[in-house]
Design a protein around this ligand. Structure first.
Ligand code: GSH
Length: 145
């Protein structure tokens, strides 16, 4: 599978969403060189090749309808290009007990999980983003929190 994007991270996320478990990132840097006042040549340079061996952890978010905190959390994940599984308690109320148990007693929505890590609610998700730790967690580094 081959993809192209503005950054290596964008490409990696697209491939992981498509089911890839290993990714080689090939960065191509184009330098524009003006040789004379008439001639412009372009030089292509293979910059680096980075093996990406860590599969992206699954992101799960428990929500209800008409929940502004849920909308804010989902919107941050979408802005970051993160695929998530939404568990809508309005559709399956039995999942509420599952959520409360997994979230160590927390009863509000949203409750967000990234891989095995319980992130918490919308405030917690945004705090992680502000502190710069969310990307590492999404990349599979559970030790970053
Ligand atoms: N600080 C929490 C607030 C979450 C919250 O208050 N959610 C509302 C729904 S939008 C809720 O679950 N209310 C029910 C309750 O407080 O028991 C967060 O950022 O996630």
């Amino acid at each position: 599978m081959l993809t192209a994007g503005a950054t290596a991270d964008t490409c990696a996320r697209a491939l992981l969403r498509a089911g890839a478990t290993h990714i080689d990132v090939l960065a191509l840097v184009f330098a524009r060189v003006v040789a004379s006042w008439r001639t412009t040549i372009y030089i292509g340079l293979i910059h680096q090749r980075i093996p990406h061996g860590t599969p992206m952890p699954s992101v799960e978010i428990y929500t209800t309808g008409f929940c502004p905190y849920c909308s804010a959390a989902k919107s941050l994940l979408r802005r970051k290009g993160v695929a998530y599984k939404e568990i809508d308690l309005g559709r399956d109320w039995a999942q509420r007990d599952v959520m409360v148990k997994r979230a160590n007693g927390r009863m509000t929505v949203p409750q967000i999980f990234i891989g095995p890590v319980h992130v918490g609610g919308n405030d917690d998700l945004h705090a992680l983003e502000r502190s710069g730790k969310l990307d590492a967690l999404l990349a599979g580094d559970g030790t970053s929190v």
